[in-house]
Write a protein that binds this ligand. Structure first.
Ligand code: ZN
Length: 457
């Protein structure tokens, strides 16, 4: 049995692993490379395998860096099935449709290339199967797979693969775990990450492998503080938010602060069609969520809305925000400020010293968000130079990823020991730090694979 590391290796995005056995081939995740020009160009690279030769694809969670190239597989002849948890399947399709729409818009405006068409997404849907957590299935006969709750976003999973003895050079049946993305501790709307029962090899993300988050409990306090400060001085607060999970957690946090009458009743705009649709999916699959407050204790019995929340679905509705000169909060994508409606708002408010920008998510290298987060005094938006005069703050506790302590704890199974741990999905320096951090805590061998590196087991 072999694993080929094809993405999420030298960078944080573009997760993709190819599993080769004598019984067939599997792909785990098929993500888009994000960031600006250089990284994004890789989305158009040929797959280094023939999609027609794959038997099945397993998807850990809906985020575009794990799903964004799935329609391309189908477009290039993949004829097998794609497995997701049911909420992941629903949310992934919303994300892919949104990504396609953005590509089509960019093609029209700037002549950019399009990765796939709506019909490729339709064909992907017909090959998609929803499988619940803890339900064993065989994507290839004899190879058993199971989704386990990763606590990262709605429906997110880590995956166990049980490979039979005759496929292994050791001659012993072996369990592999692919982490997908592992969630933060004590997320107010999600169940906790399940501990690993047992595992021989673990392929683990390392997004925050060199960081320790502030406790989730401080997020309410900091959020309230930042809102009060910016609104108090008559400014507008922009919150770039990933449409999936971060937005819903933010709405949930705001709902609680309003219930407790801790915030001024300013207008709050949710200016993102994807976030609006995804919030609907969160309601649809609320059985997969776990709230830290009782749902009916909330006066409106809905955790994701409050009276002053305005949903601006269409572009026309979005434009009305420009006519609202009152202090306000605007939540819009994209989370790393690489595109989407947030850019219009940044262009308008970033040079206003009364206004504020609140960063609540990971900002990858090479993104506008990262440049602002790192303290740039001027940035380019839509070809114009904009001075950064608004206050910029970040709340790490909103992270959807576990920090190094969480990951290290998760990597210790309930029984036995992990032989080897492979670090993926992290910047190089972070992985190097995380490796030495882990080596003090676990006895497993820790490996940082290179792009396209092949490991035989
Ligand atoms: Zn993710």
């Amino acid at each position: 049995m072999q694993i080929l590391f094809l993405g999420g290796v030298d960078e944080v995005t573009g997760s993709c692993f190819l599993i080769k056995t004598s019984r067939g081939k599997l792909l785990i995740d098929c993500g888009m490379f994000q960031g600006e020009k250089e990284e994004a160009k890789h989305n158009f690279d040929q797959f280094s395998f023939d999609p027609k030769s794959l038997d099945a694809v397993l998807v850990t969670h809906a985020h575009v860096d794990h799903t964004g190239r799935l329609p391309l597989l189908v477009k290039e002849g993949f004829g097998g099935l794609v497995y997701f948890t049911p909420p992941t399947k629903t949310v992934a399709m919303l994300i892919l449709e949104d990504a396609q729409r953005v590509m089509a818009e960019n093609a029209e405006k700037h002549g950019d290339k399009i990765l796939y068409l709506p019909e490729d997404i339709s064909r992907l849907k017909t090959r998609s199967r929803g499988i619940n957590y803890h339900t064993e299935f065989e994507p290839i006969p004899g190879i058993k797979a199971m989704f386990h709750n990763a606590g990262h976003i709605l429906g997110s999973a880590y995956l166990s693969l049980d490979i039979p003895a005759e496929e292994m050079t050791s001659g012993q049946a072996t369990r592999f775990i692919f982490s997908g993305d592992i969630g933060n501790d004590a997320v107010p709307i999600l169940p906790e990450t399940e501990p690993i029962d047992h595992a021989d090899y673990v392929i683990v993300e390392s997004t925050y492998g060199n960081r320790e988050h502030e406790p989730v409990a401080v997020r309410q306090e900091k959020l309230q503080e930042m809102i009060s400060k910016v609104i108090g001085r008559g400014g507008s607060l922009l919150i770039p938010a990933f449409s999936v999970e971060r937005t819903q957690e933010l709405l949930y946090a705001l709902d609680e602060l309003f219930d407790q009458k801790k915030l001024p009743k300013v207008p709050i705009y949710l200016d993102s069609p994807l976030a609006i649709h995804t919030t609907e999916a969160y309601r649809q699959y609320k059985d997969y969520l776990q709230f830290d407050r009782k749902i009916l204790s909330s006066p409106d019995a809905d955790f994701f809305s409050f009276p002053n929340l305005k949903l601006t679905l269409t572009q026309q509705e979005s434009k009305t925000i420009n006519n609202d000169h009152r202090p306000k909060i605007i939540i819009a994508g994209s989370g790393m400020m690489t595109g989407g409606r947030i850019l219009h708002h940044l262009k308008r408010y970033l040079n206003d010293e009364k206004s504020g920008l609140l960063i609540i998510g990971y900002q990858a290298e090479g993104t506008l968000g990262r440049r602002i987060f790192d303290g740039a005094s001027k940035v380019m938006i839509y070809g114009d130079e904009v001075d950064v005069r608004a206050s910029v703050e970040a709340i790490g506790a909103f992270s959807a990823h576990g920090d190094r302590n969480k990951l290290a704890r998760w990597l210790v199974p309930k029984s036995g020991e992990v032989k080897k741990i492979f670090l993926v999905h992290g910047e190089e320096v972070v992985k190097v730090d995380f490796k030495s951090f882990l080596q003090d805590k676990v006895s497993s061998e820790v490996i940082i694979p290179k792009f396209a590196e092949n490991f035989e087991f």
